[in-house]
Design a protein around this ligand. Structure first.
Ligand SMILES: [Zn+2]
Length: 243
């Protein structure tokens, strides 16, 4: 029988511990670009967090990473109906993530905003990058495309553009040799909310719902982990009541 409620913070923390016990170097996406050029550790786990809905939960993940002494890249949305990254609490949390040494990237919805606002997509992206940089006093190095409910795939924006066009190092799924992480790694994601899924060098491993903690025992030299704060909870999924 499947264990009940596998996506608690405590169980996630235990799996990162297993990765550390297996001697994985847990790194940010920007570190991957640098280390790919200069030599990757024998076992590397690229630690990516897409903040789809909850900055508050992202803050809890940040604390979890700080407890373990590891870093992550958090991708932040700017136009989400679900959160305002510049609200009193969310700005405070994101600033704390930055101060703890985590990387902030932009979780972009470029084609969505271009379509909804009838504006130029590239201009939207450049403005968004400038806004994040100005607001947090940083220089972001990467974007990752969010897939929402418009039916548009924001990744399509990159078909005829490169991150360097925007003074960036990478896009989360880009295939330029300097990154090309999804194609070269064993990719593990919680994006199905109640179970894990994985891709081996870009190909879905159908039916494989093994946990991160299982995959780290398989000794893949390069793991690309994507998690979403919204997936995790202390006791159960419905513990955050609105109102
Ligand atoms: Zn997303």
């Amino acid at each position: 029988m499947k264990p009940l409620f596998p996506f608690t913070y405590a169980k996630l923390k235990a799996q990162y511990r297993e990765a550390l016990n297996q001697e994985y170097a847990v790194i940010r996406c920007c570190d991957y670009v640098n280390l790919k050029r200069n030599g990757l550790p024998p076992k590397t786990l690229v630690n990516r967090v897409d903040i789809d809905f909850s900055v508050k939960k992202a803050g809890q993940l940040g604390q979890l990473f700080n407890d373990l002494g590891i870093k992550a890249t958090f991708f932040v949305r700017l136009h989400a109906p679900e959160y305002n990254p510049f609200s009193f609490e969310n700005y405070r949390i994101i600033k704390a993530l930055i101060q703890s040494g985590h990387e902030i990237g932009y979780h972009s919805e470029i084609l969505d905003q271009a379509a909804i606002w009838a504006e130029d997509a590239a201009a939207c992206l450049q403005r968004d990058i400038d806004v994040i940089n100005k607001m947090f006093g940083i220089r972001i190095r990467g974007v990752a495309s969010h897939r929402g409910m418009t039916g548009l795939n924001n990744l399509d924006f990159w078909k005829d553009k490169t991150p360097a066009d925007f003074d960036l190092l990478y896009e989360g799924y880009d295939k330029q040799p300097a990154f090309n992480l999804f194609q070269e790694a064993f990719y593990v994601s919680d994006s199905e909310w109640t179970q894990w899924k994985c891709y081996n060098k870009g190909t879905l491993v159908a039916g494989n719902t093994q946990r991160l903690g299982d995959h780290v025992k398989d000794g893949h030299a390069l793991l690309y982990l994507l998690i979403h704060p919204d997936t995790y909870f202390e006791r159960h999924f419905y513990e955050d009541e609105g109102g």
